[in-house]
Each structure stands twice: as C-alpha cells, then as structure tokens.
Design a protein. Sequence first.
Lengths: 743, 182
Amino acid sequence: MSMKLFVSSVLVLINAICVQCVYMDEAYLTDWHLANIGEYRCVFDSQKKDKLIILSEIDEGTVITYLNKTDGTPTVRQKLSSVVDDVLRYGDNDIYFKSGNDYIKFNDEAGLDYDVVTKNLTSLNSICSPNSQNIKMDKNNIRVIDTDSNLELMNVKLPNNFTSFVYATTDGIENLSVLFTTGELKYMFQNYKNGNITESWERNESLTDIVAHAYVTLPDLELLQTSDEILAEYTLSNPIFAYLHRIKNNINRIISFIRMNRLSPGTILTNILFSDTVDGSETIKTKQNFKFGFSKLLIVGTKRGQISALDILNGKPLWNLHPLDKKIVSIEWNSSSKEFIVVYETGQYFAYKLTDFYAPIQSFNGSLKSQVRSINLLDDSSTLYVNYKSGDKEIVSLSKSDDLLQNKVIFITDHNERGLSGHMQNSTDKIMNTWKIDIPKNEKLVAYAKRIDEPIANIGVVTGNRTVLYKYLYPNLVSYAVVDKETKSLYIDIVDSVTGSVLYTQKHDDSVNDKLPINMVFGEHWIVYSYFSSNPIPEQKLVVIELYDSLSLDVRVSDPNKTYNPLDGIYKPKVITKSYFFPEIIKSLQLSKTKFNIASKAILIETQDGQMSYIPKYIVGARRKEEKLMTDDDKKEFMAAPYNSNIPSNDHFVITHSRQLLMGNESIISSVATNLESTSIVCNLGHDIFCTKIYPSSQFDIMNPTFEKGKLLLTIVIMSLVLFFIRPRMTIKQLKTKWMVRD
Amino acid sequence: MSSNDKIHGWAVNLINDSYLKSIKDGTSRKLPSPPGFKGAISKKDAAPSINNKDLKDFQIQRSWEIATQPARSIPMNMFMSYMSGTSLQIIPIMTALMLLSGPIKAIFSVKSNFKPLLGHKNGITENEIYCHMLVYILFQVALMLIGLHKLYSMGLFPTTKSDWVSWEKPIQMLDSLQIFMF
C-alpha cells in the first residue's frame, strides 16, 4: 500500500510540475514587473564600463542599483540595511559610503567591505553632486569648458521639461553624459558627442512606494447580455417557455454570427477554428480578455500622492492624477456608482467617476474633520468608516442619497497595535463601543486577520470513506496573534467579532522571534500563520488551525432550518491543528481569490529574499497524518498525503521565477478574481509592482490551445457523410434479407 | 391448391408404402438389397425404450443442472469483480451493469430455460420443477448481488452523507445586522 501511495504522490507531484510551474513561454508574458529604483540620492560611474551606480532609499536602508548606461535598465539591485548619507572618493579608485559616522569601503567588483573604517576626512571628497570643474550649468544649458584654456568645448541645450541635474560627467574632449530630472521622479539620461545626442533614455520612478490600490473590472458587454438573457428566463414562470426562450436566443446568436461573417462559409470556418488559438490576432485576444475578466485597471496610490491606473495585464500606465502631494491612505472603488474615492492622510478626499474607464472625471471632493489613520468602505456604498489619528472613529456618508444607515444596525470590528475593539451604530446615532480586548504592556499584537467573505462551495470536507466533516462556517470571525515580549511566547486567539468572545486560543512557547515578520491569513474555516522561532532549532514555522462543527463524522451542529442571531453568541468550534517547517523566512502571506471559491485556495508567500511563491491549502492541512497511521480510506481522500513536517520550497511554485522583487516593508500582496474560476490575478505592490496570473487547481476551465478543433470538426463531417450514405443502403439491405432476395 | 394437382404420380407413389405392396410384378421386390443395406429394422432389434421412471429421473437431473448452472459462474464473477478494483472506469462499470442486467433477463425467461424438459408425454410436469426454478432464480439474484456490491464499492450509490452534502444549506445568519471587520 505504501508503494501505491508513493506512486500516487509521485503522480501528484508530476501533475503539479506539469500544470503549476511557470513555463518559459509564459514567463514574462503572464507576469510583469515594474522594477523601480526610487528617488536617486546619488549617481556615480561604475568602474565597469557602461554602468551607472545609483543609490536610493528604501525603508531604513539603501538600494544600490547598477544601471545600463545604454538603455537605462537596472541589472542588479541590492539592498543595504543602513542609510548612506554620502559617497566619498579617496584617491583615484577607493570609494567609501558614509553612513552616520561610519565609512564603508565599496568595491565595484567585490561589493561591500563590511569592515567599518575611519579615514582621515581631509582627503575625501563627495562624488554625489555633479560639480566637475569643466562642466558649467545654467538653467537648461550645459557647457563643457577646457580647464586649461577656458574655452568652450561644447554647449548643449537640454529639453524644456528639464528641472534639475542629478549627474553629469565628461572626458573633457568630446563626450558628455548627463542625467537630470524632468518632473517629479522622472529622470532623463542623455549622452552627447561633440554636441550631438548619441544616447537618450528616460526612467519614470513615480510609481514607486505604493500605499493604496483598487481593482476595477472592465465590463464585458457580451457577458452582460448573457446575464440579462438568464435574468429574463427567470421571469418566465414556465420552465418550458424559459427553455424555448433560450433556444430562440441561441438561434438568434447563430444567425448574427453567420451574418457577422457575411454569410461566407470560409470565414465562418476560420472563425470557429482559429478564434482561440495561442497566436490569435490582437482583437481576438482583447475580446477574450474581456470575456475572461482579465481586463482590469489596477489603480495605485503612492506615498507622494500620485494616483495612476495601470493595465493589469501588462502594467501599461493609462492615466495619472496628482491632486495633492500628500500620502494616500486609501483608494476605494464603488462598482455600482462607477466611482472611486481617494482619501489622503490629511483627511482630504477626491472622488472620480469612471464613466469612461480611460478618462476619470472628478465628481466631488471634500475634507474629513482631521488627519486620518485608516479608511474602509462599507459595502458597495460611499459610506466610509474612518479611523482618525486622534483615536476618534466615525461613520461618514459622502453622498446624501446613501441609505445604508437606514433601518440597519452596523457592527464594526477594528484593531490597532494595542488591541481589538467592537463598535456599533444604529440609525444616525454616534458610534458606540461594544467590546474591547486590551493587550497588556508586555505583549504586542503582531498579526491580525479577518475571515474571508466568499461564497461557500461546500459546507463539509468529504473524507476518504465518504463521510462528511462539517466545517465551522460562522462568518463573523477574526483572529489575531500576540507576542509576549518577555517570555517570547505567541498566543493565537479566534474571536467572534460581534460579541467579542474568544472562541479558541492557542499558545506557542518556543522562543518566538518578534523581530521577524509574523503573518496570518483566515480562510473559509481555517487559519494559517507563520512565525520564526528559535526553539528547538531556529526555523520558520507555518501553522494551520482548522475549525469544524464537530470532529465526529457526519455530525452537524448548526441547524440548517434556524436563522442565527449573532448577538446571541455562537457555539464554539472544534479544532485540529498542525505545524510545519518552511525553508525560507516568510515576509508576508495572502490568500488567492477566485470567483466561486471552488478552486483550491493558494497561500501566497512573499519570502524575505524577494521571491513570491504559493502553496496549495491542501498541503498545509491540519488533517494530514503520519503514513503508518493512515488507513486505506484516508488515502482515498482528495489530495491526501502523509504528514511530513517539512514543506519543501518547490521551484515550480515560485511565481516570480527569475525576477528579483524589492518590495519594502509595507508591501501589499493582493489577489483579485477573474471570470475564470481557475484563474486568479495576484499583485504585489510596494517599492516595486509585480503582477501575475496563477492557477491553483490548474487551468481546468479553459480549452487547451493545442486542442485539435479541426480534426474534431473533420471527424464529425466524415461521420455525418458516412451516415448519410450508409443509412439508406442499410435499410435496403435489411428489406432484401427479409424477402430473401440476393443482390 | 393448384400446385398439388401438378405433383407427379411417381413422387406420390414413392412415399406410399401400400403402393409397393400393390405392385403385381414382384421383380422389384426380389432384387437383392444394395451392399450394406440391412433392410427395415425389426421391432426386436430396436433399442429398449426408456421406462417412465428413468425418464423422470433423467429429467430431474437435467433440471438440477439447469438450475445450478448460474452458480458455476459465481466464483468467476466474484474473482473478476475483486480483481478489477474500485476505481471508476468505464469497463468495470459496464461489467457490473451487465452483472445486473443478465440475471434480470434470465429471471424473466426462467420458464423458457426449463422448456426443453417439459412437454414429454410421460416426463415431469411444471409443478415438479418449481423448486428448481426457485434455486435458479436464487443463483441469478446472487449474481446480481455481486454486481450491486461492485457498484456500491465503486461508490456509485448515493448512500452516504457526502453524496447529499451539496444540497445542505449552510448556517444562516440574521441579515438585518451589517457586520464589518477591519
């Protein structure tokens, strides 16, 4: 049996390899990456020819970027954990980074020499500012002067959008290279030879440091028409009429299809055969993207206040807005009014209407009463839950027509580093506090997650012997993790968000490292969290808690005929939990989102080394058992695999493949559903922007592009021809045998 | 019938025994028989006729044979159904369905199976072999059970809770409250 299991696990693995990896032909096509540098703090020449070295800031550190002088593409980006104040040259070749009072020797070839040296400061001079003696700059003219004769060698007029110099160098004879800004975080490099441009490129760094985002799905008219037709069927009382209605619609569709192809059988055939091939035409692809819900705008807001819309499929910027030079707190998209609201840290907000998705129109603006800490949109409305920096909380309706507050009681659960709190508001009263969980001084809240709000595909887990383990599906759950700074223990609590009662708690006493990130995600009936602990061995750990109605098979606790009032409290879940080791330090976790929540959930992982990968949820299962404890029935369960404490880092699940992300500490991983249940779009936003598509259960709902439609059609044609000729002959033959007549 | 009128006289005479005797000229009777021809078998030389008791015994034996014939295929079918496993594949499903449909057909045609034994003047009657028919049916039912068991072990019968869980409603919450978690 173990042999069988081994074979099946190998098959599962092969399957995983075959469908889930990023293939060479897909890499760089399904994903895109905006590798930003940020604001250039210091630019100087590398000893390697044709390379520039650029220093920029990230979090509390510095990014050292090697840039190709010829086209402006970064070749290497390396993070240094200390801030570099200045770059100094000692003698001819030695370069030192000044960081506070320390000097770090930098070598192009060998990298950084971490021995901190203190040098005699007198002979060091800064190379960050362009202050070469033979380059003179005024307004947007740059002149190269021969130092001996004081004669002008070159006089170059820079473009009109020039704002300031970042870097300029010359060989004092005929070459001049210059890098300057042409707007906020926009850089232009030009290389002149004898006064003529030989090289020129631009870099736009304005899309760095993303702090807020929203997804806007562009509607597909064809799909809207289909859904209208289905709605029309629902209005018909008789299912037979509804069916006839559908047939009528389908016939009309065929007729319009034939008409569209101008009644020519040739075009019809090519349309059928080649409509969804891989190398189909651009218009077909766009149409398909609309149909599959891939056509989306990714609206991002930066730390500097810029709002930009990008095409989610290729990262192409579509439009930019920059109403305010302040940090954006939140961008909220309201699909029913086709409006998005941008709220700034200062409390000012701007709403834009996207009647035309490619041209936003400002619809209203205003200001909240004070500085804002966080903003959340309540459902599909323009009512906001505002958390002020002062600690006040308020529900604000931005448009008067909103009736969300009418006749409904609103319960809100909020959290900050000091604890969790529950609030309530009915009609137009002020917001009231309902419950509070305070975290003691010696502890800190390190992770928080709310349960996903997605459709329920199945209310139970089907086991190998075809019994059911009922999931605990109470929707109003939040969970959080707290670290005791003294004892280094980690506490995990699951809380009912309406009453504030703790439903389950769990403790880890293995010297938890609170300096490294601790993350948590809350799926349908399970929580996965990650932490780094140093006992018994320093390892990254990944723990899963699964919640069930009951641990007995086929026993359901919730009553399907009863409507539960959350104010009455809820029964406690039964819990199974398991821990795993993960080979890399996890920086953040997130869950993939699909339309109907049927495809396996993928746990998206950003590792500290700048890679993104994912693990299917069934790998991080709490019900996995050791192999010798598994019965034959256990092995029959979907994706059953024996418990193994290590979750290997599988190269085939690394969705960033050869890319190197530099995300910063505040990056946001987010996932958005498409119209295809199998496909989810995943973006990681921060210092860089990275987006890709993932298929956690493989692409089960899309036809293989190599599917031989032509052969299928040909077979059908041949078969019908054969039938057409053979049938009459057959009847004649049968008649003759009955009459015993020989041919 | 007009065709009867046209039958030749010799053809009629050929099968008429009395015609031979009525022939006056005896030459044709006196001719020696062809070599190897022994002439008409006399009553004395004929094989002894089976008496009634023996016939009945023989028929009952035959009847038992027919009744127990399906039993012989039971071990083979059991072995085959065991060997083909419980994975859902079209061929094991087809064989299992055939194990169901075969016995049903056989049960409905039970009388025609025993028909060759009936209808002899001194042989057994239908009443005497009812229990044989019952045994026959029992064995067919046994065959059917193998098929049913096979389908059951493949999980094709919706007998467990997991088959109906998709129709169960999830927990229902009061919807007059709007609950948000941030």
